[in-house]
Design a binder for this molecule. Structure first.
Ligand code: GTP
Length: 272
């Protein structure tokens, strides 16, 4: 009896986002889907430390290299026998741990020269039912702003001769099962508007600092302060792509194509 030994996964994804967004629930679900036999149970209390999970992509989820594959393609059989594995690093979302864990992890992973440990993408999870609250919105947008700024700095530091590929960001608009949830389009608008506010006040702070002669190397997200912030502007200015896609960790199932976490897995597939 021969069993194919899967090659070690070499693609990493970083899971960021505020506390309570559903990051641990998502990681646990991916693990359960990857090995239905094992009954690993993660407690979904507030995480204090980041964890690394190795998970598999469902064989029917296309990847960038096989996106035009038909259902009769022999490579689909191969994918079922030997599914693509990737790693997800789940980080704690609590405000006090963001800088030391989430953002620190992002800096390290995104700078890594090791091709075997490439960071392929960032999943930034948000609770779409909680965003109606002003404080939560501000907190979430601040975190996302800081994440995007780390990626912008990386993009700028990459030598122009050897084009660095920018790390894409998925805003996973979670908890779409709740009837109080904001739809993904309005999540995008709210986040953009809030980031614009953060950017404006930061720019004003920098100008004030310049008046007092203080040097500051801080930069503004998406550079162009004249234009209103949108994710499109960010992409135009820096090459960093941000997509907002709805889903729900609760209610994910094989029959539930198009809902659950399927569309986030499809985004992962396109990064591979
Ligand atoms: P930290 O570890 O503090 O950073 O939080 P987290 O992002 O890991 O959140 P966690 O996975 O602990 O989820 C928080 C709560 O949201 C839990 O009670 C989950 O059951 C719940 N939750 C997660 N996903 C969904 C969803 O899609 N729908 C609903 N209704 N609840 C969800």
């Amino acid at each position: 009896f021969f069993q194919a030994v899967a090659s070690p996964p070499s693609s990493n994804f970083l899971l960021l986002g505020p506390s309570g967004a559903g990051k641990t629930a998502f990681t646990t679900l991916l693990e359960a889907k990857s090995s239905p036999a094992s009954n690993k149970s993660h407690t979904t209390h507030t995480s204090q430390q980041s964890t690394l999970a190795t998970v598999t992509l469902p064989p029917t989820v296309p990847t960038a290299s096989n996106r035009y594959r038909s259902v009769n393609d022999p490579s689909l059989k191969e994918a079922i026998r030997n599914p693509i594995r990737y790693r997800v690093r789940d980080t704690p979302g609590h405000g006090k741990l963001r800088v030391s864990q989430g953002l620190a992890e992002l800096s390290t992973m995104s700078q890594s020269k090791d091709i075997k440990n490439k960071l392929r993408g960032v999943l930034f999870m948000v609770d779409t039912a909680a965003l109606v609250d002003e404080t939560t919105l501000r907190d979430t947008a601040t975190y996302l702003h800081d994440v995007l700024l780390v990626l912008q700095k990386r993009a700028k530091n990459g030598s122009s001769s050897k084009r660095t590929t920018e790390i894409p960001v998925l805003v996973a608009a979670n908890k779409q099962d709740l009837f109080t949830a904001l739809p993904p389009g309005s999540v995008r608008e709210k986040l953009e508007a809030e980031i614009e506010r953060i950017r404006k006040s930061k720019n004003k702070g920098l100008l004030d600092a310049a008046d007092t002669g203080l040097e500051d190397e801080e930069e503004i997200l998406a550079n162009d302060e004249e234009e209103t912030f949108t994710f499109k502007l960010l992409e135009f200015e820096t090459g960093i792509k941000v997509e907002v896609v709805g889903g729900a960790v609760k209610g994910d199932s094989e029959e539930n194509f198009g809902s659950g976490v399927r569309r986030w897995e499809e985004w992962v597939g396109m990064c591979l």
